[in-house]
Ligand binder design. Structure first.
Ligand SMILES: [Fe+2]
Length: 140
């Protein structure tokens, strides 16, 4: 299942939005590769995996500036869930039929969309409020 990048997924944070767009491009590549040959699929999974780790660590370090350790831990747990599912896709891609891998890839896509719209939206709202409060404080 392809996912269309569009205004509904834009959260209003330049860095996070840019990375989400790249992530969605990679998930769409995965969608295309699932039906294709093995080496291409392995290559997309490798790149997706690396980018996911990079993106999640960006979000988590931005989130540290909010000084809300419990919230950070909960958000990080969501990220870990995705990382575990990614590992399952990689594992299944070695031996399982294409439908299994396709189902898992679809799960990842839906999960990410939901995560962006709910958890990351809340995060960006808090980051932007925090930045606005900082700007206000610095003008006083
Ligand atoms: Fe996130």
């Amino acid at each position: 299942m392809r996912i269309t990048w569009g205004p509904d997924l834009l959260l209003g944070h330049r860095v996070i939005d840019g990375q989400h767009e790249e992530l969605i491009n990679l998930l769409n590549e995965l969608d295309g590769a699932v039906a294709g040959d093995g080496p291409l699929l392995a290559d997309v999974l490798r790149r997706l995996d690396a980018y996911v780790l990079f993106h999640f660590s960006t979000e988590e370090s931005l989130m540290r500036s909010l000084h809300q350790p419990e919230w950070l831990a909960a958000h990080r747990d969501e990220h870990r869930h995705f990382i575990a599912q990614m590992a399952a896709v990689r594992e299944q891609a070695r031996s399982c039929p294409a439908e299994t891998v396709a189902r898992l890839a679809e799960y990842l896509t839906q999960w990410l969309r939901e995560h962006i719209l709910v958890s990351d939206r809340r995060l960006v709202l808090a980051l932007n409020q925090h930045a606005a409060a900082d700007r206000l404080a610095s003008t006083r």
